[in-house]
Design a binder for this molecule. Structure first.
Ligand code: NAP
Length: 536
């Protein structure tokens, strides 16, 4: 006899910060919700990215939920940028506090989701850790799969023949890894490499860093938070959060002026120096024309290059570490003792910008015919960002069209929230929303609250089916591209454009019009009865 599939009001895929909050909001409305999560606990990106030195690089008093005043008052962050363990503990605390655990099914991967027009339901296929398959059905399918979750495993020839241990920063074992006395190779110098390299260098007998592109790394200046500053922020949280939402990135970094070129070199460097000394990402907001004027951008680039030349003893190594591309072309990195690490005797920088890694041999990494012999290989090679996690699920919509087919030439989505041809599916921080260009947690909250409002509206109006209209979607995609093209970043190779993944179409993935403009657009769409969506 055919077993009846359990039917939920909503399936949520992923129990990171997006999935947890979505569950909380929907359940609050009395909906039956099931969350599926591949990991063994909550936290998403902060569950998987356990590499040495992993910590958030956004000020954490603001990289946290604000939906619950009690939560933000009771939780105490220990440091300016807490480590992965603290972030994972915070996620577990949220799951405890709001009793989320019973509705989350762990060690369960969503392999497929198929829309059924007849019953107006999604059927979601899952696989548990032993490969056993199940299926459940739901009216809504909400993808909380994360922007930086689908791991990019490079396809080096011979990788599987490597005789030592191999780790990927984004899939680090819970038990950790001990590099004491070992020869280690790390491939990749983005944020994950930048954070892990100084920590691994302290343990390893020798560390070889394979660098394809040098990045701009700003010192974090991490430190314990003082009780007084925490008390002050907590006393003013609502106003500070509201202020942050008015800023481009949702971070409230102070802008020194409209143009780096409108002030003297002396004044400009004083401003850069102050931000370098304070540490963190605020340097990216110093002048408003970094993304529109190459000359303005070059002033910030040259300031950081100057710092590298001061810090790194060997001028040849300093020159290799000095980025050639525009400032903020790629995501700015925040590190601790990153450049200082290259002054250590046990660290060697290997430039692979002109001569790529030929292959991995059982003994190590081969470049230009030379094998760098190592015991451990660390891949800090990043993610198939924004679209990767969605495309790895076999999703089929109206008329059995698959999401992979629809997005063959790049993602098409309306506001990064809905996709035409895929009714009753929502994506949290999907392509075409500001997502990775902003502080992620406020952006997640904005999406979850919009989706909740939309579902309320449907329920109040007796509607059961919502689908983004093709014309509205096309117009939004065009707008996202037009705004993206205005930025100097459009000339860069970066994961923002998918250029880190061989064969991935080059399309701007996040919306670069800023958080306030985007949030207003979403509010406007809702106020006009969900303009651009058809509701039945
Ligand atoms: P990433 O920024 O994409 O960096 C990957 C690195 O691997 C790059 O240096 C890349 O070189 C290199 N690489 C990739 N494939 C390669 C190949 N086949 N051969 C040689 N080198 C290769 O990835 P990530 O460092 O994991 O960071 C991704 C994003 O996650 C960050 O930008 C940030 O948004 C987020 N993140 C945040 C934090 C935080 O908050 N603390 C920490 C980590 C990550 P190319 O540049 O030449 O492609």
């Amino acid at each position: 006899m055919l077993k009846q599939k359990p039917v939920y009001d909503a399936i949520v895929v992923g129990a990171g910060f997006a999935g947890m909050y979505m569950l909380y909001r929907l359940r609050e409305r009395g909906m039956r919700v099931r969350v599926f999560e591949t990991g063994t606990s909550v936290g998403g990106t902060w569950y998987w990215n356990r590499y040495p030195g992993a910590r958030v690089d956004t000020e954490t008093m603001f990289y946290s939920y604000q939906f619950s005043e009690e939560l933000q008052q009771e939780w105490n962050w220990p440091e300016r940028y807490p480590a992965q363990l603290d972030l994972a503990a915070y996620a577990r605390h949220v799951a405890d506090r709001f009793e989320l655990w019973p509705d989350i099914q762990f060690e369960t991967r969503v392999s497929a989701a198929a829309w059924g027009e007849d019953q107006c339901l999604w059927t979601v296929q899952t696989e548990d850790g032993d490969g056993a398959q199940s299926s459940v059905a739901a009216r809504y399918c909400i993808m909380a799969t994360g922007c930086l979750s689908a791991v990019n495993y490079p396809k080096f020839e011979g990788l599987s023949d490597f005789a030592g241990e191999t780790f990927h920063t984004a899939h680090w074992p819970e038990a950790g890894a001990d590099f004491t006395g070992k020869r280690v190779a790390v491939i990749g110098t983005g944020s994950s490499g930048v954070q892990s390299i100084p920590v691994m260098a302290e343990q390893a007998a020798h560390l070889h860093v394979f660098q394809r592109t040098a990045n701009y790394v700003i010192p974090a200046r991490n430190r314990p938070l003082e009780p007084d500053e925490v008390a002050e922020i907590k006393a003013n949280y609502p106003a500070l959060r509201a202020q942050a939402k008015k800023s481009f990135s949702g971070n409230d970094f102070p802008v020194a002026g409209p143009s780096a070129l409108a002030v003297s070199e002396e004044e400009r460097n004083r401003e850069y120096e102050a931000r370098w000394t304070a540490g963190g990402l605020s340097i990216m907001a110093t002048y408003a024309d970094f993304q529109t004027s190459e000359a303005a951008n070059e002033t910030a680039s040259e300031f950081v290059r100057g710092k590298i030349r001061q810090i790194v003893d060997d001028p040849a190594v300093a020159e290799l570490l000095a980025p050639k591309q525009l400032f903020m072309c790629k995501r700015l990195c925040v590190g601790t003792d990153y450049y200082e690490t290259y002054n250590r005797d046990n660290v060697t920088l290997v430039d692979i910008s002109e001569t790529p890694i030929e292959r991995i041999t059982p003994e190590g990494v081969s470049v230009e015919g030379r094998v760098y012999e190592v015991d451990v290989l660390v891949l800090a090679t990043g993610f198939d960002a924004v679209t990767g996690a969605l495309k790895r699920i076999d999703i089929s919509g109206v008329d059995d069209i698959t999401l992979r087919e629809k997005w063959e030439d790049g993602p098409k989505a309306y506001l990064g929230l809905g996709i035409s041809g895929f009714p009753n599916m929502f994506t949290i921080t999907g392509p075409g929303s500001p997502s990775v260009l902003t502080n992620m947690i406020p952006s997640i909250e904005q999406h979850v609250e919009w989706i909740t409002g939309c579902i309320d509206h449907m329920r109040d109006n007796g509607k059961t089916r919502i689908e983004a209209e093709r014309e509205a979607e096309a117009a939004w995609v065009q707008h996202v591209n037009e705004v993206g093209d205005l930025s100097l970043r459009a000339n860069c190779q970066s994961w923002y454009f998918g250029s880190n993944i061989p064969g991935k179409p080059r399309v701007v993935l996040p919306y670069s019009g800023g958080f306030p403009v985007y949030a207003r657009k979403c509010e406007d769409v809702a106020a006009k009865g969900y303009e651009g969506f058809s509701l039945n």
